[in-house]
Design a protein around this ligand. Sequence first.
Ligand SMILES: Cc1cc2nc3c(=O)[nH]c(=O)nc-3n(C[C@H](O)[C@H](O)[C@H](O)COP(=O)(O)OP(=O)(O)OC[C@H]3O[C@@H](n4cnc5c(N)ncnc54)[C@H](O)[C@@H]3O)c2cc1C
Length: 400
Amino acid sequence: MYNTIVIGAGPVGSYLAGKLAQLGYKVLVLDKKMAAGQDICCTGIVSKECLDLIPIDKNLIIRQASSATFLAPSGKPLRLWRSHEVAYVIDRPALNLALADHAQKSGVCYLFGTQVADIQAETDRFCVAANCREQKKLFEAETVVIAAGFGSPLPGKLGLGEISDFIIGAQAEVNISDHGEAEIYFDQRLAPGGFAWLVPTRDSKGLAGLLTHQQPEWYLNKLLSSLKTQDKITSTEAILGYGAIPLRPLPKTYADRILVVGEAAGQVKPTTGGGIYYGLVCADIAANTLHQAFQAHDFSESRLASYQKGWRARLGKELQVGYWAHRLYQKLDNRQIERLHNFISKNGIPQFIAELDDFSFDWHSELILKTLKHLAVAIPAQAIKPPIKHKATANSLNCQ
Ligand SMILES: Cc1cc2nc3c(=O)[nH]c(=O)nc-3n(C[C@H](O)[C@H](O)[C@H](O)COP(=O)(O)OP(=O)(O)OC[C@H]3O[C@@H](n4cnc5c(N)ncnc54)[C@H](O)[C@@H]3O)c2cc1C
């Protein structure tokens, strides 16, 4: 009998498990993968604030960045910079390994190759049914945390609702010609509804990827061909990876003895699809909520509701404004994007961002609202509509 079973050994699950073990709880982490850090599709860009939260060796940092170039559909560049580093590219598989290793050293037990099929509430505990290397196993715990990433059916089975909108991330490791700074491409022909990127990593390697609402494989191949034609990469041969990324939060992230965190709860920046930092912020709130529940011996839904209140107070505005900005951008055509790009460049916005005292890589709502106040781009009123219902399921698209 464990105090807590965490489903998912991604960065969020392992970080939370480590926190709970440090508070003295007996924690088991179950993951369907055979080992931590396998099959990961992620660029690994995080902020300094994020790095400050995690107990990892600084060797995992591949690059630091204080600037990036944003390209309009015409190829016109716009450089944004800050006087000091704001983002770091980290070795993402190594991050998962390091967080799992740290949690294990704090006393957490791990069982890989264990896929949770069902969780059942009993009066004083939860029973977790899993397929563990072709055997059916049952585990018991007082509380369960679902940190199983996006696309897990478990929150839906528990009646916690569904995430109503998502985007697909597609990425490939490529050989690059120039080890300069990261480039971000805004072009609806390259990445409809999203954007594309080329991020140098190490040893003449880089990550080329995009966020799109449709045909990720086709658009990624198109991006690679375009980068090859421009001599930015040396070959279009690459292994392609995909993952669906939530754009909206799960309606309910708690129930009796249950919390949902990270991508499973939709705790992701809708502007960039980055989910590591927000997931860790919410894991801290989840660990505190569970600690208080253990101290009071009260795991009722009404006590655990403070978790959702806490993370909504911290992230709610960011998720709302970020999603609104995403929806607005999604409706722009290339001509409007080009005008927006010109406007930003001609109206001193790069300088304004360079000098902003409160610039943050993670908290975008204030920056969006301040920047939008300056923009006179005509955006049709129908741009903001309810989310599109996608036919494909997140599960069928997720690479994990
Ligand atoms: C192309 C792409 C690029 C990205 N780039 C960035 C970036 O630069 N920066 C950033 O912050 N974010 C980025 N992200 C998003 C980031 O990868 C995720 O937000 C992050 O991994 C979420 O962490 P998590 O721990 O919540 O879930 P995950 O990392 O998805 O971990 C969930 C774990 O649960 C396990 N699991 C699932 N179901 C079960 C089950 N039933 N039983 C047992 N185990 C289960 C899975 O095997 C997995 O190990 C990117 C995503 C994509 C697709």
